[in-house]
Design a protein around this ligand. Structure first.
Ligand code: FES
Length: 107
């Protein structure tokens, strides 16, 4: 089971076991990780699953598609390098240890 590390703005970490094939957002909501709201349930229309992927993981995670790009520009929290929608990152065994920072605010 690939693990995901969610880092809150105060530096505290939650490590959860994800199931390959589920999204970073789904794993967070399934484990009750605070700060991932996921209002639209993963339909790429709310941007309340915004996360910042750590630089070391970016090559494995890949680039956002056009729809995700547009939504990230509308996200409440500032866009940074590594900004992604958690619902659009599918977990694989290769992503074991993926570390993401949670924005300070989601709408
Ligand atoms: S859950 Fe709504 S955009 Fe990801």
């Amino acid at each position: 089971m690939p693990k995901i590390v969610y880092v809150a703005t105060d530096g505290s970490q939650r490590v959860v076991d994800a199931v390959a094939g589920e999204s970073v957002m789904m794993a967070a909501t399934r484990h009750g990780v605070p700060g991932i709201v996921a209002e639209c349930g993963g339909n790429a229309s709310c941007a309340t699953c915004h996360v910042y992927v750590r630089p070391e993981s970016l090559p494995l995670v890949g680039e956002p598609n056009d729809t995700e790009e547009d939504l990230l520009d509308l996200a409440v929290t500032e866009r940074r390098e590594g900004s992604r929608l958690g619902c659009q990152i599918e977990m694989t065994e290769e992503l074991d240890g993926l570390t993401v920072d949670i924005p300070p605010v989601q709408p």
